[in-house]
Ligand binder design. Sequence first.
Ligand SMILES: [Zn+2]
Length: 302
Amino acid sequence: MRMLAALLIAGAVASLSVSAAAAELRVIAVDTNLADIAKQVAGDRASVESLARPSDDPHHVVARPSMIVKLSRADVFARIGMGLDMWADALLDRAGNASVQPDGKGYADCSRGLRALDVPTGRIDPSMGDLHPEGNPHYLLDPAQGILAAGNIAAALIRVDPAGQAYYHSRFLQFGERVKAGLQRWSTALKGLPSRDVVPFHKSWAYFLARFGLREFGVLEPKPGVEPSPGHVGALGQSIKRAGVKVILCESFRSKRWPDLLAGQCGATAAFVPVAVGADPQAGDYVAMFDTIVQRLVSAAR
Ligand SMILES: [Zn+2]
């Protein structure tokens, strides 16, 4: 009996230490795209959670007290940066966790190393809209920049957990290979479009369009973050009609009101696509999200 009790205790201790080792690190990402990329890199050495929900507009995420609790316990914090997730700054202050502050070991600004697009030159004033003061922050919609983000996250994981270096590095390479295979697939699919011109709702697609050799013909929002007006939609509809542009590209979290109005005026098709992992049943991970985006864009262009 004593023997059995000793065995049970030994077993319990062993299983405790296994479960402690299995999820030692806590990674908090600002959105579900970075959370998915972090999962791909961290594998079973970390638990990963997102602050934003898949249906959120990444510019306007409503802060909740539970987010401060998550950040206070985080070992790694992965953010988009470039002002897109400035809503997280106050949460980070309140969390008081030194390791995920900007000079902490676990801080990963995933825009580090990015060649930014649409960086304003000269004076910035309110007439330019108010959402992209540091340049265009929507770089994660270029799948190749997902590899940049994965590298920044891997570096933070290695700083806080050097014993996992080889593991993180090999998973980072595997993720990169999956994205590269996707890039070939998406390039081939988008080469067949009848027109290179696309009309986005918001200036979120600059990196995506540049990657695949597509052009922004006009934008439904007159300025980033500024609501369209009937006059702007009317003028844009006229020029879309003349040029024969086929696709209005919209994040699925947006209201259909303006895209449908524009589509009705010019005969183009509004494609509503997920821009966050989990925003659509087909967008179960970062690579699958681009399969869905490309598929919907191609079918809208027909
Ligand atoms: Zn934006």
